[in-house]
Design a binder for this molecule. Structure first.
Ligand SMILES: CC(C)(COP(=O)(O)OP(=O)(O)OC[C@H]1O[C@@H](n2cnc3c(N)ncnc32)[C@H](O)[C@@H]1OP(=O)(O)O)[C@@H](O)C(=O)NCCC(=O)NCCS
Length: 261
């Protein structure tokens, strides 16, 4: 799996406004806390820019507040530009693939993406992109997986990969994309999202250590602290057990911190 931070492998593998994306979300990323956009002004009044109520997502990042509305719009105050989150369009796959390869600096991520896209695990409704000024700058991909519980298989989701264009990294885009997409997923039937990666980063985005919730990692190679989960509204307490990744993660040797990790 592709990780960041202290778990980063030396061998990196590892939501329609569709066009009318139901979950399309517009965020404003501003350097200082002066809100001037319609969405930001709406935030001050507790209404979305379209006048509807909204969800509020708070970021722990210093001087960043995010206000996301999964159906109408929202804003994140942080870095001085506007970002839109929407579902990837089918004809954007090549662009997203290139973006991921360049973010990770490793072509094998492209093979993993190809494998996932060709598999049962892929779902067009789970591939989110971030756009700034019309340019695709980030991706948060969720794919299908299983939770092998004592009583039956439960459908679950895996977040991987998350990627932001190198020139756009560390500007709040990755965090906004993950938080907004998780909000969008709250309407899905799957009860859980799992991720493998840097605990400091993902815990800030709402993930919890999975073992503490009764979940077993799909591989013993995944350190306990690196295996995390988000419980979605459909989660029920009896849902415990081992996460089962889809085939492409195994076939692309993209499980755990990497061969040299
Ligand atoms: C990881 C990634 C998706 C984060 O997106 P981003 O938009 O750059 O991150 P944000 O601006 O939302 O958050 C920044 C914080 O993330 C953490 N972070 C980002 N990149 C990091 C890295 N390479 N190593 C460690 N921490 C990192 C830091 O805590 C950083 O805060 P700081 O700048 O104050 O130190 C992006 O940097 C990326 O595409 N990296 C390459 C691919 C990758 O590793 N993907 C994640 C594994 S699936």
């Amino acid at each position: 799996m592709m990780w960041i931070g202290s778990h980063a492998p030396s061998f990196l593998l590892p939501w329609s406004v569709t066009d009318t994306l139901r979950f399309s979300t517009h965020v404003e990323l501003r350097a200082e806390g002066k809100a001037t956009s319609p969405a930001a002004a709406a935030r001050a009044t507790g209404r979305s820019s379209s006048g509807q109520s909204r969800h509020v997502v708070r970021s722990n990042a210093a001087n960043a507040r995010s206000v996301g509305d999964t159906s109408t719009g929202g804003s994140v105050l942080a870095y001085g530009f506007a970002m839109e989150m929407r579902l990837m369009r089918p004809n954007e796959y090549g662009t997203v693939r290139k973006l991921c390869v360049s973010s990770f600096g490793d072509p094998s991520i492209g093979q993993l993406l190809d494998g996932l896209r060709a598999s049962w695990a892929w779902d067009d409704a789970l591939s989110f992109v971030a756009c700034v000024a019309g340019e695709l700058v980030g991706q948060a991909l969720y794919t299908h997986a299983f939770l092998d519980t004592p009583s039956r298989l439960v459908d679950a989701l895996v977040l991987s990969p998350v990627a932001v264009l190198p020139s756009r990294q560390r500007q709040g885009i990755g965090a906004a994309l993950v938080k907004m997409s998780l909000e969008a997923l709250s309407e899905r039937p799957e009860p859980l999202v799992f991720v493998e990666g840097d605990s400091d980063y993902y815990q800030r985005l709402g993930f919890e250590q999975a073992s503490g919730l009764g979940f077993e990692a799909p591989s013993a190679r995944i350190p306990d602290s690196a295996f995390m989960a988000v419980r979605l509204p459909r989660y029920e307490q009896w849902m415990t057990g081992r996460l089962v990744y889809s085939d492409p993660f195994w076939r692309n040797d993209a499980v755990g911190p990497g061969r040299d990790g």
